[in-house]
Design a binder for this molecule. Structure first.
Ligand SMILES: *[C@@H]1O[C@H](CO)[C@@H](O)[C@H](O)[C@H]1NC(C)=O
Ligand SMILES: *[C@@H]1O[C@H](CO)[C@@H](O)[C@H](O)[C@H]1NC(C)=O
Ligand SMILES: *[C@@H]1O[C@H](CO)[C@@H](O)[C@H](O)[C@H]1NC(C)=O
Ligand SMILES: *[C@@H]1O[C@H](CO)[C@@H](O)[C@H](O)[C@H]1NC(C)=O
Ligand SMILES: *[C@@H]1O[C@H](CO)[C@@H](O)[C@H](O)[C@H]1NC(C)=O
Ligand SMILES: *[C@@H]1O[C@H](CO)[C@@H](O)[C@H](O)[C@H]1NC(C)=O
Length: 503
């Protein structure tokens, strides 16, 4: 069927309308470069916006007008960005790359974006921010990288906008450590969001330079304590501080925070110590925020090692908070870590190869916020028989004939004596390369021991050796020892066990 003739003018009008649209588009095209095909572009008040959200994009379009001021690329499938995606966009002010499954920020990806104020990277799959990933963002004010999978942020990653940044959102990531070094100098930072990470420590003093900070969110991390931060101890109105959902240890170290006296009834809860566990932080009275001074629970009293052998001096201290152990060597020298000596956090001081000069009285000092405690450890270094060490000249009582039995080998037995209870003494009286004599006194706490049980094993084979001895025994000779191996020995009398660990 042919259309009726009178339909013709209507069709002509439709064609004219289409033509008019094309002309209008042409006018726009004359002023602006072509808009990327899937996107919409506006040039309002002389600033160009390129809107490409939800367009199924797999990459940043190549033909984005370099003069664009706003670029929206949210909700696409862009897995990686890097040069030249945003090259020459020196007038870009706002860039959104949220919710793309973005995994990679290549170095200098944003290198030309010197005018960028806001960068939205939230809702992606970024695991790390490398040192040059954000380089060139000289005027960045707002950065959101929340809801990613961040485990690492390079210390220098924020260097180019340290003074311009106002809002930083790193919440809902997997950070065990916040990039404190980068945050520290952010003089204009207003809001810092670190909630829902795995952060276990706040670097002391980190907030001291953040004079403008008005909101700090540390909710749901792994913070047990927080060192006193004068910068946070401002009036509640000036700083919104949230730290609920952390395993807070409400002892004297957190008293300063309790004294900020915010409203009771917020979500902050104490996780420890047991006396206040489970109670609302703000509801626990200040006088219940208490610490326990250190107590040296167990330490080496006397240790004999052959010259050249490893010596482990132990000092186990209890207290709340966990005491830090320092060591003072003979001659009042503080022991610092070196190639020869390492002081471990568990209180053990390890000398890699004892020299005759290492012998003497050591002191371990356990310190925490509530006080300190000390213990003495005597180290004897038994000289080797060979002439060059000059060992024989030292003339330590006893050991010279014992060392002679080591038949010229430079290894020997190392035995360490440890006592759990005052009044008990287990001693390794004689050590040779192949044997050790263990002696003890009657246990004053349990004078009627029927039997003693000795157990020992060594690093050489994993076999645990048992010996049952009559209650009247006061010594035992360990034979067939392997030179240079480490031994663990325990003596049990049924009531108390005193352990003798050599390693
Ligand atoms: C936006 O429009 C203004 C004037 O209408 C024009 O001068 C400018 O070049 C346009 N910008 C772009 C990027 O097209
Ligand atoms: C950026 O500008 C430089 C210099 O004008 C030019 O050589 C280069 O091709 C531009 N790059 C892009 C991706 O537009
Ligand atoms: C000494 O080294 C040990 C082991 O590497 C380390 O755990 C400890 O923190 C160090 N101590 C000091 C004071 O640096
Ligand atoms: C202390 O820590 C060191 C290093 O981790 C370890 O070798 C040593 O056995 C520990 N000592 C004790 C008594 O736990
Ligand atoms: C010395 O001890 C080492 C290791 O324990 C062993 O390999 C070596 O054969 C011994 N030398 C002598 C002379 O006994
Ligand atoms: C001795 O055996 C115990 C228990 O199996 C083990 O923990 C310890 O490390 C062993 N000691 C040595 C020196 O092999």
């Amino acid at each position: 069927m042919r259309p009726p003739l009178d339909a013709e003018p209507g069709r002509r009008a439709a064609v004219a309308a289409v033509l008019g649209l094309a002309l209008a588009a042409g006018a726009l095209l004359r002023a602006a470069a072509p808009c990327p095909v899937p996107c919409v572009c506006h040039n309002l008040s002389e600033s160009l916006s390129t809107l490409c959200a939800r367009r199924g994009l797999l990459a940043v379009p190549l033909d984005v007008d370099r003069r664009t001021v706003e670029l929206r690329l949210a909700d696409n499938f862009i897995r990686a960005v890097g040069p030249p995606d945003f090259a020459n966009m020196s007038g870009l002010v706002d860039l959104t790359l949220a919710r793309n499954g973005l995994e990679t920020l290549r170095p200098l990806a944003f290198g030309d974006l010197e005018s960028l104020r806001a960068l939205h990277l939230d809702g992606n799959r970024l695991a790390e921010i490398g040192p040059a990933a954000l380089r060139g963002l000289l005027n960045l004010q707002h950065l959101s990288v929340n809801n990613n999978q961040l485990v690492a942020v390079a210390p220098a990653a924020f260097a180019d906008f340290q003074l311009s940044l106002e809002d930083l959102d790193l919440s809902y990531n997997n950070l065990r450590e916040a990039p404190w070094a980068g945050i520290r100098g952010m003089a204009n930072l207003h809001t810092l969001q670190l909630e829902h990470n795995l952060i276990g420590t706040v670097e002391p003093g980190v907030f001291s330079e953040l004079a403008r900070l008005a909101r700090l969110d540390l909710t749901s991390n792994r913070l047990a304590t927080l060192a006193p931060e004068p910068a946070l101890a401002v009036t509640p109105a000036a700083l919104a501080l949230s730290f609920g959902g952390n395993p807070l240890r409400c002892n004297c170290e957190l008293l300063w925070l309790r004294r900020l006296g915010r409203d009771a009834g917020e979500l902050e809860t104490c996780a420890a110590p047991p006396a206040v566990a489970g109670r609302y932080f703000w509801a626990v009275p200040e006088e219940d925020f208490v610490c326990e001074p250190p107590l040296v629970a167990r330490h080496t009293r006397h240790l004999r090692v052959l010259e050249g052998q490893r010596a482990a001096l132990r000092c186990r201290a209890l207290g709340d908070p966990e005491p830090v152990v320092h060591w003072v060597a003979p001659g009042e020298r503080m022991v610092a870590n070196s190639s020869r000596a390492v002081a471990y956090p568990n209180g053990t001081l390890e000398l890699a190869a004892a020299t005759l000069g290492d012998a003497g009285a050591y002191t371990c000092i356990a310190v925490n916020a509530a006080g300190e405690a000390t213990a003495r450890v005597e180290l004897r270094v038994l000289p080797l028989p060979h002439g060059d060490g000059g060992g024989a000249a030292v003339g330590l009582p006893g050991p010279s004939d014992m060392a002679a039995k080591a038949t010229g080998n430079t290894t020997g037995e190392e035995e360490e004596e440890e006592e759990k209870e005052p009044g008990q003494a287990v001693e390794v009286a004689e050590v040779t390369a192949h044997s050790a004599l263990v002696q003890w006194e009657a246990n004053k706490m349990a004078p009627t021991a029927w039997v003693y049980q000795l157990q020992y094993n060594c690093t050489d084979d994993e076999v645990l050796v048992y010996r049952i001895l009559p209650g009247s025994s006061r010594h035992f000779l360990l034979k067939h020892l392997v030179p240079g191996a480490a031994y663990d020995l325990r003596a049990l009398d049924g009531a108390l066990d005193f352990a003798l660990g050599a390693s």
